[in-house]
Design a protein around this ligand. Structure first.
Ligand SMILES: Nc1nc2c(c(=O)[nH]1)N[C@H]1C(S)=C(S)[C@@H](COP(=O)(O)OP(=O)(O)OC[C@H]3O[C@@H](n4cnc5c(=O)[nH]c(N)nc54)[C@H](O)[C@@H]3O)O[C@H]1N2
Ligand SMILES: Nc1nc2c(c(=O)[nH]1)N[C@H]1C(S)=C(S)[C@@H](COP(=O)(O)OP(=O)(O)OC[C@H]3O[C@@H](n4cnc5c(=O)[nH]c(N)nc54)[C@H](O)[C@@H]3O)O[C@H]1N2
Ligand code: SF4
Ligand SMILES: [Mo]
Length: 678
């Protein structure tokens, strides 16, 4: 049978946006490989996606619409036709709109796919037209964006590919080797040319193991570390005052803040010895080009914006931005948001709640109007949102009508009234952006949809008809949606047309290698300068330093990072082949804490606080600091006897202005032995 190769790009919420070649034979995808010539993919995908075709053709794929046939959440469903499913959704939504208004419908979506059109262009149009309540998509990257923009306006940064030019690379709260693996070869190139790689993280990660230097700090204390670094630089005359005078505002206030944070004070806060802080400051100022790389690790806490702002101040203080490859390398998504012709936000804006507050929003009868219908696409809120017990309480409400568009029966879909089957990336068209590099990509469908699955876009076109919405913009086809996005006069997109992408699959935004943000172009702040200013370390209100009473009851700080090579958020833990060797989630605890409690590796413990409890196996390890425990993110409800995952414990607190992430890692817990191994 003749084979053909169809090119596409990975949709996962991963900075790497790899380009892949799908081999199709007789209408079936038979092979999936990383594209050899794409500059960052370089011929390999990752352990998460190497078996993606098994996901596509998995016997558990949802292949028809389903209607609930048992009590909420118990997982009983019967197949129904698309017409019946859409009619039922139509009549239930019409009912809601007539009785309590369109704002009683909540759209909940996130980054299940990063393909621009399947992610939401048409879905957003649909919910805008209804006037439904929107969810603020703040659990990933927004806080980092806000913190960096406090310093630099629009938070552009170093092109990650330019990190090859750097001679000092600080991986600040990012687990590159695991979470951003296609950047690793770039860092190795730099290292071969003499670069030093430093990791700053509360946990000894697989990246820390491969770095030249590891600075292990107490969680959430980064601002104290930054202040002490600036203290040392100021004291030793390493500040570039000419650069500061011409390019920044607020140095005097920042210097005053740093003066009261000498290294020995910072050492008591961060747990990093004073001489280590002095070394870090000196190497940062002198080993150039000096780059800091970060993604979202430090943002997931109450002071996250301030931490990200502090980190973004460092290159403004030393003038590291002046060297190609020097400065701050963060998410590149802002480049695509700037260049592409995204539809404008709805006017007037829709009622919006921060997604971290989903549990509270679903269980609050006093909202005006309260939420009576929930529509989920591209997300698994029952697993990924903090304060999971409240989220599940909401999902279990009998008077909540829930629709979920999914590929699999997730912990969220299990609570739905209607489940609609969605296509996977090799079954639909999309435009791929990236947040770890500067290449756009066109994802071509390689096969026809499995079963009766439909692309999100097609589902929303059909829903618009069912809801009687006649605006033609709700019926635009997928190719036109992509053409419209590319139809921008931004110079970064010059020459990048739909036709070009059809032929070449990917294109780099027109940004020269080695471009120096905020040097070759001015910062987009009101005065064209980088903003320094007063800076203070503030412990989270759920941390030992921020609430000693609570810390007496719950003495451990809980971290819930990404940890497994074959997990991608909540996507793969349902497959046995993707589980780590231990086969179950384990809580990591330091020997200093484990020994007096007679806890040993393999024992079962209960990890608990006022929000929830989980029974888990223990891993006694020096990878975490004393006083810190860590449970990997990504496991599902089925992986604990309580039928809950780690977000049953985590802190849903969001900033007062509702902007930014939940304080996931500002979570206090206690641990009690349930049974020892024997
Ligand atoms: N405790 C803790 N919680 C966390 C984090 C953490 O580190 N610790 N990380 C946070 C972060 S950074 C993020 S980004 C979020 C991730 O939160 P989510 O974006 O919700 O998670 P994913 O598991 O990536 O994707 C959700 C679902 O999208 C579905 N999907 C994929 N493609 C399509 C499609 O084309 N159509 C439809 N309809 N569905 C599709 C997948 O089947 C999957 O079930 O979790 C956050 N939560
Ligand atoms: N294998 C795999 N890869 C993934 C994902 C996955 O689930 N699995 N998810 C993808 C997604 S959605 C995202 S957003 C990215 C995230 O990519 P990263 O940001 O690299 O990953 P995280 O695990 O969220 O956090 C990184 C590190 O921050 C540390 N950290 C936590 N608090 C602090 C702090 O206060 N200070 C400092 N300095 N460090 C701190 C954690 O210990 C962790 O090691 O990864 C993507 N890639
Ligand atoms: S998950 Fe990330 S590393 Fe893996 S194939 Fe997709 S983009 Fe590449
Ligand atoms: Mo994320």
């Amino acid at each position: 049978m003749s084979e053909r190769i169809v090119r596409g790009s990975c949709h996962h919420d991963c900075p790497d946006t790899c380009v892949w070649d799908v081999t199709v034979s007789g209408g079936r995808a038979v092979r999936l490989r990383g594209n050899q010539t794409h500059p960052t993919t370089r011929g390999s995908l990752c352990p998460k996606v190497n078996r993606f075709l098994e996901r596509v053709y998995h016997p558990d794929r949802l292949v028809t619409p389903l209607r609930r046939s048992g009590p909420k959440g118990n997982g009983s469903f019967v197949p129904v036709s698309w017409d019946d499913a859409l009619d039922e959704i139509g009549s239930r939504l019409h009912e809601r709109i007539a009785s309590t208004g369109a704002e009683s419908i909540l759209q909940f979506s996130f980054d299940g796919t990063q393909g621009v059109i399947q992610k939401g262009v048409l879905a957003d149009r649909f919910f805008n037209a209804l006037g439904a309540t929107d969810i603020g998509r703040h659990l990933c990257g927004v806080t980092a964006w806000l913190g960096a923009s406090d310093v630099s306006g629009v938070p552009f940064g170093v092109d990650p590919e330019d990190l090859g030019l750097a001679r000092l690379i600080i991986l600040w709260g990012t687990n590159t080797y695991l979470t951003n693996r296609h950047l690793w070869p770039v860092l190795e190139t730099a290292r071969e040319a003499g670069a030093t790689i430093v990791v700053i993280d509360p946990v000894r990660t697989s990246t820390a193991d491969r770095a030249d230097e590891f600075v292990q700090l107490r969680p959430g204390t980064d601002v104290a570390l930054v202040l002490a670094m600036i203290h040392v630089l100021d004291r030793e005359g390493q500040i570039d005052h000419d650069w500061i005078r011409s390019n920044t505002t607020g140095w005097a206030d920042l210097a005053s803040s740093a003066r009261v944070m000498p290294p020995d004070t910072a050492a008591t806060i961060t747990g990093v010895p004073a001489d280590r802080i002095e070394w870090l400051a000196r190497v940062y100022a002198t080993k150039r080009p000096a780059a800091i790389r970060t993604l979202v690790g430090p943002e997931h806490r109450q002071d996250g914006r301030n931490i990200m702002r502090a980190i973004a101040m460092l290159p403004a203080v030393t003038g590291a931005w002046q060297d190609p490859g020097g400065g701050l390398a963060r998410s590149t998504q802002v480049y695509f948001e700037t260049a592409l012709n995204y539809p404008p936000p709805p006017d007037p804006p829709r009622r919006t709640f921060n997604m971290a507050r989903l549990g509270e929003v679903l269980t609050n009868p006093n909202l005006d109007p309260a939420i009576g219908a929930l529509f989920v696409h591209n997300s698994n809120p029952a697993v990924i949102v903090p304060d999971q017990n409240r989220v599940v309480d909401g999902l279990l409400r009998d008077d909540l009508f829930t629709v979920v568009i999914e590929q699999f029966m997730t912990d969220t879909a299990r609570h739905a009234d209607i489940v609609l089957p969605a296509t996977t990336q090799i079954e639909h068209l999309d435009l791929g952006i990236a947040w770890g590099h500067l290449y756009l990509s066109l994802n071509q469908p390689a096969i026809t949809p499995v079963g009766e699955a439909l692309p999100n876009t097609e589902i929303f076109r059909r829903l618009a008809k069912v809801m009687g919405l006649v605006d033609p913009s709700l019926q635009v086809d997928d190719e036109t949606l992509i053409r419209d996005l590319l139809n921008s006069d931004h110079p970064w997109l010059d020459g990048i047309t739909f036709e070009y992408l059809t032929r070449h699959t990917w294109a780099r935004l027109n940004i020269d290698a080695g471009t120096r943000p905020f040097v070759d172009t001015k910062p987009e702040t009101d005065d064209g300068r980088l903003h320094l200013g007063p800076l203070r370390y503030t412990p989270g209100s759920e941390s030992p330093a921020g609430n000693s009473d609570l810390a007496e009851r719950f003495p451990f700080i809980l971290m819930t990072r990404k940890q497994h090579v074959k997990f991608l958020n909540a996507n793969y833990a349902q497959f046995q082949e993707h589980l780590p060797a231990d086969g179950e989630p384990m809580v990591q605890i330091h020997p200093i804490d484990a020994t007096p409690r007679r806890i040993a590796t393999g024992d079962r413990v209960e990890v608990f606080n006022d929000r929830g409890r989980l029974t888990l196996a223990v891993d006694v390890t020096e990878d975490v600091l004393p006083g810190v425990v860590a449970i990997p993110f990504g496991w599902l409800h089925t992986h604990s006897p309580q039928g809950r995952a780690v977000n049953a414990l985590t802190n849903p607190t969001v900033p007062d202005d509702d902007l930014g992430s939940a304080a996931f890692h500002d979570t206090l817990v206690d641990i009690a032995l349930v049974s020892d191994q024997s």
